[in-house]
Design a binder for this molecule. Structure first.
Ligand code: C5P
Length: 302
């Protein structure tokens, strides 16, 4: 609820990249991607309330790892939106955080998209979708998808989206690792491992898009692919044991989520999700495990 009508709360999903094809480093340092995003039912909630100045607070198990200054994408979203409209961002942003921090599930991006939509509603701007998507792209490569949700193909830096038809539900388990991984560091490791190797143009796999459209879990399991998995494993070799533990527990497929270190396990159904989550926790190869389903709606005012 919206705190007695004073504030606006927006719920935003996490994502997993069911395919992440990475091209060669561009002159601007970014990489061209074919990124197939799928929103999953782990959510952050961002509440915007009028305040004397821009402030950010956060609650949740990892709240101490979330920056509360202007580097937080939620704060930057409020500033960018206010600047476009000649307003001052006099707002308090409270983040109820359930998405793993620095985990490769776009938690920071979710908070950026959530704050943007919450401030837009709080300030009565009713901005056109295209303008919100522009601001999202300015905030970061994954932020537009946090707004849109469902499933989408991201090209360019990952920010130019085409929504994809998706059935479901798909059932997932996510193993949360101790500590985060920095996305730029993982991309740099990708570059290091790719030295001297011809890197093909990133393209989306037709078989994967078909599996999403048909809600075909078995086909999706066979098509999951993440070019950042090798660099994430190179930086965090212990993730290999987590991937193995999930597969041995009955997951149909396992992969690193985005730049990691969260690992994702596609499973047959809700019952299997509970069993795989329990086995992952018992294996001692992760901090905790969470179950979720896809697709999930994008940023939504509650
Ligand atoms: O866009 P975002 O701010 O999330 O990107 C964080 C970092 O990840 C970039 O500074 C860059 O190092 C890396 N990145 C990249 N290619 C992309 C997206 C991100 O190299 N397509």
């Amino acid at each position: 609820m919206n705190g007695g009508g004073k504030g606006i709360t927006v719920r935003v999903p996490a994502k997993v990249n069911v395919q992440l094809a990475v091209g060669a480093a561009r002159p601007d340092g970014f990489h061209d991607l074919a990124s197939v995003f799928l929103a999953v039912s782990l959510y952050d909630e961002v509440t915007a309330t009028p305040a004397e100045r821009l402030t950010v607070t956060c609650e949740g198990p990892d709240a101490d790892k979330v920056p509360l200054d202007r580097t937080n994408l939620a704060a930057r979203a409020a500033e960018l939106l206010a600047a476009r409209h000649g307003l001052t961002p006099d707002v308090h942003l409270h983040i109820a955080k359930a998405i793993p921090v620095a985990g490769g599930m776009a938690g920071g991006s979710a908070d950026g998209a959530g704050a943007l939509l919450a401030c837009d509603a709080l300030w009565g701007l009713d901005s056109p979708r295209e303008e919100l998507l522009d601001i999202c792209a300015e905030l970061g490569s994954d932020v537009p998808f946090s707004l849109v949700g469902g499933a989408a193909l991201g090209v360019g830096r990952g920010e130019r989206l085409t929504e994809l038809p998706v059935a479901g539900p798909f059932h997932w388990v996510f193993a949360v690792a101790d500590g985060g991984l920095s996305t730029p560091t993982v991309f740099r490791e990708f570059d290091r491992l790719a030295e001297g190797v011809e890197i093909p143009e990133p393209t989306a796999s037709p078989a994967l898009l078909e599996a999403l459209r048909d809600g075909d879990t078995t086909a999706l399991a066979g098509a999951l692919a993440n070019d950042l998995q090798a660099p994430a494993l190179s930086l965090r070799p212990s993730l290999a044991a987590t991937l193995t533990a999930g597969t041995e527990a009955g997951a149909l497929a396992s992969l690193v989520s985005g730049s990691g270190p969260t690992t994702a396990f596609l499973v047959k159904d809700a019952e299997s999700a509970d069993a795989v989550a329990a086995a992952l926790v018992a294996s001692g190869t992760c901090r905790t495990a969470r179950t979720a389903t896809s697709p999930a709606a994008g940023a939504t005012v509650l």
